[in-house]
Design a protein around this ligand. Structure first.
Ligand SMILES: *[C@@H]1O[C@H](CO)[C@@H](O)[C@H](O)[C@H]1NC(C)=O
Ligand SMILES: *[C@@H]1O[C@H](CO)[C@@H](O)[C@H](O)[C@H]1NC(C)=O
Ligand SMILES: *[C@@H]1O[C@H](CO)[C@@H](O)[C@H](O)[C@H]1NC(C)=O
Ligand SMILES: *[C@@H]1O[C@H](CO)[C@@H](O)[C@H](O)[C@H]1NC(C)=O
Ligand SMILES: *[C@@H]1O[C@H](CO)[C@@H](O)[C@H](O)[C@H]1NC(C)=O
Ligand SMILES: *[C@@H]1O[C@H](CO)[C@@H](O)[C@H](O)[C@H]1NC(C)=O
Ligand SMILES: *[C@@H]1O[C@H](CO)[C@@H](O)[C@H](O)[C@H]1NC(C)=O
Ligand SMILES: *[C@@H]1O[C@H](CO)[C@@H](O)[C@H](O)[C@H]1NC(C)=O
Ligand SMILES: CC(=O)N[C@H]1CO[C@H](CO)[C@@H](O)[C@@H]1O
Length: 834
């Protein structure tokens, strides 16, 4: 009993209330499109707009419209009408609709299909895929002949643009669609957790998942059509799924359904709760009857399913009469005692969520209700509604954005180039430390011994070492591919004035798509072989990874040998630009901490969110971007690798990364692990604290390298001496102490001594907590407070300002930390030539 009670308390959260009958839900996003039609179509109160008037949302524009006569469409539920199925838009090549999303969160995406044969089109011959940016919705889909079908997906959309792509599965095939809905639904429709039935446990993370509705059933009641459901859903009657209809009967109530706190009619309409299937009269009158009322459904095997039960006791005389078990396949999902949840109220709506894991899901899914043997009164069991949703993404990454023809293009031998680049890294270190440009002449195809701060390395890079081609995702044919013209237009023909950044791979432009979505367009230098590889890596990785703290890829363009990546636009630019070298107002300490925490989360996800850890390899403040709310996102995955075993199997490899952030152990041993990112992140933390470049060759020798200099002060216990003077007064000593300790651990000489990214994250959260603990410190007030400057700090400022600009080349002075290797490389080539 106790266990049941605890379970019941958990389920109390899922109470359904029909609190406000008259409130009609108004979706923030409400796109209804009648595809291929020349006229708008009104269904009930909803207007499906002819997509010819929305042609700007479709790329590339196409004019393949098909239509058929009314009587060729089989009779469909009246409230859909046949009108939506009479027209279709046909896609002979990969094509996308883009929808501007006003409100992030759950949306229904419904796709209508009817494969008619008419006017030169035989739509039954279509085979195609449908995807959005990060989820494949349909793969090799072939609508069944002579039948209409509406596919419904429930997606948590977190980008500002939804790009719905239709892609023919083969080059001789084509795709089509009759109508599309993209409609917001209330966020509380899907909760983040559910109970797993076997083995019993808790499933987390539903809120981010894509769900496909497989069945939605109104037990014991009529079919509910979209016009009668506040979210325009269809609920089928259950009779055809009952295994032994004689064991049960339907019942309905005209009484009121009880209202309780927490949810709304959007969970399920009244009519679902007001109709029910219960045990047959005979069974109810047999004391101790042990019967199962079972419904059986065909499902695809090997998927996880979210199964939602709707209950409402409209059959009992007293709330405490009803006690029954619910089974999913052979597993007891729950013992249901509704009175515990409803506080003894009858006719109160309740729903419960369960997850059936893929290994338990064969081609048949059955659901049973069975009266509990421990009840004293007469047996009964009920079920009012049932939803079965396929969970996508649970079986692995669902995304694929892959440049076509990539196989042959990407298996390129990079040995000599990487070798040269590696040498450049070494050379630059010498160059900076000794401040002698002449040394660049060392550039050759082998490593040279180098020495920096006592570390010495002797290693060679084999000239034939090649970067192995990256594996192509399973659904290699789906993804969003921009045409070059569209991007040209978006960036004002790659206007130099629109450049917002320069990286090793190429320039980054601000862009505005036709639907006014702002994007960042990174255009690779087509001649760079390294660029090609980075292009590939970045598409491969980013299309697999989705995280709030990783910058998202919107698409790519590989037309005319271009290598262009299109990302979400990050309004506030790089973290680096907010720390120094610009006129931007300084960030307060708490903002800085939140940015550190956000980026730590992103990196933690990279290291642990996938089966194989992903190592970023180029963590630096210029690769942490901020959105309009200063939310931090990690960017630039061009150098990323899955590790660490990749490097252990290779005899030698090129050391890559950005100078000043590079893990010395990785240099020494060329063993790449997640801890190299932790090291680099430690340097970023110092940078955030001190707001100065990580390498500043204009400073006195001991101050050139921030990591080294910072650790000197930290080890002396006087880190406060070098804190950015603009925030020094507002950083609480406890918070600073913990922050300093965290940096020290990240910068530990050997990787094994460094904390994991998860620990770093935890520590930073604690730092924030320590800062918050005293409300009397108001940061805004103190941000401009002049604190007593230590001599060292004054020293920096003077030297920094008086540094002669031509000394060592301005680029080295200003931006060395940003220089990715290819830029350094070209600079060296230039200086070599002199
Ligand atoms: C269809 O409806 C939209 C929006 O209501 C309107 O802008 C458009 O002109 C209509 N098109 C036709 C062909 O009536
Ligand atoms: C159907 O298509 C034909 C040509 O393919 C066109 O002339 C006609 O106007 C279309 N009818 C509708 C209702 O769109
Ligand atoms: C349409 O295509 C389907 C599948 O290729 C085929 O079975 C059917 O016979 C075709 N119908 C017509 C009328 O061509
Ligand atoms: C579809 O309907 C057409 C016309 O009613 C009929 O000739 C054809 O055999 C049907 N095809 C299937 C697969 O049921
Ligand atoms: C379609 O693809 C096949 C192999 O995948 C190729 O042999 C054929 O030439 C392609 N056809 C066209 C029209 O591109
Ligand atoms: C959507 O996903 C994000 C990130 O996974 C999550 O924070 C948010 O709560 C989700 N929204 C809904 C409505 O589930
Ligand atoms: C309710 O039950 C009555 C009597 O069995 C039946 O006539 C009616 O159609 C049912 N209504 C619903 C909504 O199922
Ligand atoms: C009811 O179903 C459960 C689960 O499949 C099974 O264990 C039990 O034996 C069944 N009871 C009857 C009476 O069929
Ligand atoms: C609806 C559906 O199942 N879509 C996709 C879910 O994700 C996998 C990849 O993990 C795809 O293969 C499915 O097509």
């Amino acid at each position: 009993m106790a266990i049941r009670e605890i379970e019941a308390r958990l389920i109390v959260f899922m109470m359904v209330a029909i609190r406000c009958v008259h409130c009609v839900f108004t979706p923030a996003d409400n796109y209804l499109i009648d595809c291929g039609s020349l006229t708008n179509t009104t269904i009930g109160t909803r207007v499906f707009v002819a997509d010819v008037s929305l042609s700007s949302t479709l790329t590339p524009p196409s004019n393949n419209l098909a239509n058929t006569s009314q009587n060729s469409v089989p009779s469909v539920p009246t409230s859909y009408g046949t009108a939506l199925f009479r027209n279709a838009r046909v896609f002979r090549e990969r094509s996308s609709y883009s929808f501007q999303i006003k409100a992030h969160g759950r949306h229904f995406v419904r796709l209508y299909f009817f494969p008619f044969v008419s006017g030169g089109y035989n739509l039954s011959a279509a085979t195609f895929g449908v995807s959005i940016q990060d989820v494949v919705l349909l793969n090799k889909f072939q609508p069944r002949a002579n039948a209409t079908v509406v596919k419904e997906f429930s997606l948590n959309i977190t980008s500002d643009t939804l790009i719905l792509t239709f892609a023919p599965s083969t080059n001789t095939s084509f795709a089509f669609v009759n109508a599309i809905e993209v409609v917001s639904v209330p966020d509380n429709l899907i909760h983040d957790t559910a109970k797993i039935v076997d083995p019993q446990g808790k499933y987390h993370g539903l809120s981010g998942q894509a769900l496909e509705t497989i069945y939605r059933i109104n037990m014991g009641g009529p079919q509910v059509l979209p016009g009668d459901d506040t979210l325009w859903r269809t609920w089928e009657n259950d009779q055809k799924f009952l295994l032994t209809p004689g064991l049960s009967q339907s019942f309905n109530s005209t009484g009121k359904i009880n209202y309780m706190d927490g949810a709304t009619e959007e969970i399920a309409p009244q009519v679902v709760y007001a109709t029910v299937v219960e045990l047959s009269k005979d069974a109810q009158n047999t004391a101790g009857a042990n019967v199962n009322v079972t419904w059986q459904f065909s499902v695809d095997a090997n998927w996880d399913y979210l199964i939602r039960f709707h209950f409402c006791d409209i059959v009992s005389k007293s709330a405490i009469d009803l006690l029954f078990n619910v089974y999913i396949n052979a597993w007891l999902a729950s013992e249901v005692e509704l009175s515990l949840i409803t506080f003894n109220n009858l006719a109160t709506a309740v729903f419960m969520d369960f997850v059936l894991k893929a290994d338990d899901a064969s081609g048949k899914l059955s659901v049973s209700i069975n009266p509990s043997p421990i009840i004293n009164g007469l047996p009964n069991a009920i079920l009012n509604g049932l939803e079965i949703m396929k969970i996508n993404g649970s079986a692995g990454p669902a995304v694929v954005v892959i440049p076509p023809g990539s196989n042959k293009n990407f298996g390129i031998i990079l040995g000599s180039i990487l070798g040269a680049v590696a040498v450049v890294v070494v050379a630059i270190i010498l160059c900076v430390v000794l401040r002698k440009r002449k040394l660049a002449k060392q550039s050759s195809k082998t490593w040279v011994p180098f020495s920096i701060d006592g570390l010495t390395s002797h290693s060679t890079v084999s000239q034939t070492s090649n970067e192995t081609a990256f594996k192509i995702g399973q659904n290699g044919d789906l993804g969003y591919r921009f045409s070059f013209t569209v991007l040209q237009e978006a960036t004002n023909n790659f206007d130099e004035n629109w450049v917002i950044g320069v990286g090793g791979f190429g320039k980054v432009y601000k862009g505005v798509l036709r639907d006014e979505t702002k994007v960042a367009v990174k255009r690779g230098n087509p001649k760079s072989q390294q660029g090609l590889n980075e292009f590939r890596t970045e598409i491969e990785l980013l299309s697999r990874l989705r995280h709030r703290h990783l910058v998202s890829l919107i698409g790519y363009c590989d037309e005319k040998n271009e290598m262009i990546l299109v990302y979400e636009y990050m309004e506030k630019g790089t973290l680096k630009s907010h720390l120094y070298g610009s006129d931007l107002p300084p960030l307060v300490w708490k903002q800085r901490l939140e940015i550190c925490i956000g980026s730590a989360r992103g990196l933690h996800y990279l290291h642990t969110g996938q089966a194989k850890a992903i190592i970023h390899r180029d963590v630096k403040s210029a690769n942490i971007l901020l959105d309009e709310n200063l939310l931090a996102k990690v960017a630039d995955f061009g150098l990323s690798k899955t590790g660490p075993e990749l490097d252990q199997t290779h005899v030698s490899t090129a050391v890559k990364g950005s100078f000043g952030y590079l893990d010395p152990e990785y240099f020494r041993r060329q063993r790449l692990t997640e801890k190299s990112d932790v090291y680099s992140f430690g340097v970023v933390l110092l940078e955030v604290l001190c707001a100065r470049p990580v390498i500043d060759p204009t400073l006195p020798r001991e101050m050139v390298n921030l990591a080294e200099w910072g650790m000197k002060w930290q080890k002396r216990g006087e880190l406060e001496q070098i804190v950015d003077t603009r925030i020094a007064g507002s950083v609480r000593p406890e918070s600073l102490r913990k922050f300093g300790e965290t940096i020290e651990k990240c910068l530990a000489d050997s990787g094994v001594e460094r904390p994991s990214m998860g620990d770093v994250l935890w520590n930073l959260e604690y730092v924030l907590h320590l800062q918050d603990a005293d409300p009397s410190v108001s940061e805004i007030d103190s941000i401009n407070r002049i604190t007593e400057l230590s001599p060292q700090v004054q020293n920096i400022n003077t030297i920094y300002e008086s540094a002669p600009a031509e000394e060592a080349g301005t680029s080295v002075h200003n931006d060395l930390t940003d220089v990715s290797m290819s830029k350094v490389f070209s600079q060296l080539i230039k200086s070599e030539g002199r």
